[in-house]
Design a protein around this ligand. Structure first.
Ligand SMILES: NC(=O)c1ccc[n+]([C@@H]2O[C@H](COP(=O)([O-])OP(=O)(O)OC[C@H]3O[C@@H](n4cnc5c(N)ncnc54)[C@H](O)[C@@H]3O)[C@@H](O)[C@H]2O)c1
Length: 350
């Protein structure tokens, strides 16, 4: 039996609680479906600064390099806010070291859950989108300079960088509802003009079966709020993706429900909930584990190619939500560990 190597980076705050939920779900899937997972826990973030004076120690990197996939809890907290070494440096370091250039964030609002959304139910009910954000180019990675009276941030994209992330979006669309919305600011910005040209060329050459539309980022912000159901896969550059994915993340009603995958060229990925370390609820067993469990479902799908197992986990999560076994952020009274236990029981019962 093949053994999958999974590195677990619990991190700070609620990170260890939610990462433990992910491990429990994978162990159960291993038992039920006959797979073997070897887990290795390593330091990242604030706890790594405390114990090693380094937010991303060399042995953590070596383990991540050797792994099939990495589960991350969350990093950061007030304890490290004013220190010169920052927990978030660990996050940037692992993404860079593993060459993770695409961040995937699915967001869906089931009809039965639409009442939780800050939007009107008829607008948001049934929305189901995947935002694919370019993660290693653009403004966040360009040269920066500063004088007394001015500041410059360079924004660079190459055809290769655009093509590889657009390919991930087109491939994902083929497994969903076959539509891609590419978001840019091509009426003003040169990198956006290259973005649009490159996406169009790739579409014509390899993905003409997928419906493609383009949207300008400013109008896209409005569309996400006024007609979120129109979108399937959305692909965009780093900064636009950062902003639009946060906007979309509030639609289901709790940040604790959403997971993410960061992928590179090799199939190896980093899987983490989109929320932070939530110091206000850490150590109280109040954290909603579902964002991490949704990330684990993507881990099964994208890094291990175990689609039936991912479907089983998704179905178990949905069943437990339907049964009303919910943490406090969703208006329930269950502890985080009770929600995990219920989801694991659903997997065994299926
Ligand atoms: N990827 C990451 O590791 C990541 C991402 C964002 C923020 N951070 C860090 O996390 C720390 C806290 O940041 P923040 O407060 O802005 O954001 P946060 O996401 O940690 O918390 C925002 C709010 O959502 C709640 N919340 C978050 N996750 C939840 C869950 N699973 N279940 C129930 N409620 C949940 C929190 O209690 C809080 O009220 C900061 O140090 C920040 O830098 C880390």
């Amino acid at each position: 039996m093949a053994e999958f190597k999974i590195v677990v980076l619990p991190g700070d705050g609620i990170g260890p609680e939610v990462a433990a939920a992910g491990v429990e779900a994978l162990k159960t899937i291993g038992e039920v479906y006959g797979h073997s997972f070897a887990f290795e826990e390593k330091l990242i973030g604030g706890i790594a600064i405390d114990e090693r004076d380094d937010p991303y120690p060399a042995d953590t990197d070596a383990a991540c390099q050797a792994a099939d996939a990495v589960i991350l809890g969350a990093v950061g907290g007030p304890k490290w806010d004013l220190k010169p070494k920052r927990p978030e440096q660990g996050l940037l370091a692992v993404r860079k070291s593993l060459g993770l250039f695409a961040n995937l964030r699915p967001m869906d609002v089931a009809a039965s859950q639409a009442f939780r959304s800050p939007l009107k139910e008829d607008i948001v009910s049934g929305a189901d989108m995947l935002i694919v954000r370019e993660l290693t180019g653009g403004l966040y990675f360009g040269k920066q300079s500063r004088t007394e009276t001015s500041a410059t941030d360079e924004c660079v994209y190459t055809v290769e960088e655009i093509e590889r992330v657009a390919r991930i979006a087109f491939e994902a669309a083929r497994k969903r509802r076959n539509k891609v919305t590419s978001v840019d600011k091509a009426n003003v910005i040169e990198t956006s003009r290259l973005w649009r040209e490159t996406v169009n060329k790739l579409h014509a050459a390899e993905y003409s079966d997928v419906e493609l539309e383009h949207a300008l980022v400013d109008s896209m912000a409005m569309h996400l709020v006024t007609r979120p159901k129109s979108f399937d896969v959305i692909v965009t550059e780093n900064m636009f993706g950062d902003i639009l994915s946060d906007l979309a993340s509030v639609l289901p009603g709790s940040i604790g429900l959403l997971g993410s995958a960061s992928l590179g060229a090799t199939g190896k990925g980093l899987y983490e909930p989109i929320h932070g370390s939530a110091p206000d609820i850490a150590g109280k067993d109040l954290a909603n584990p579902i964002g991490t469990l949704k990330s684990v479902s993507m881990l099964l799908r994208f890094s291990l190619n175990l689609n039936a197992e991912a479907d089983a986990l998704d179905a178990a999560i949905e069943a437990v939500i339907q049964k009303g076994i919910l943490t406090r952020d969703l208006g329930g009274t269950a502890a985080g560990s009770e929600v995990t236990k219920a989801i694991v029981a659903e997997i065994r019962a299926a």
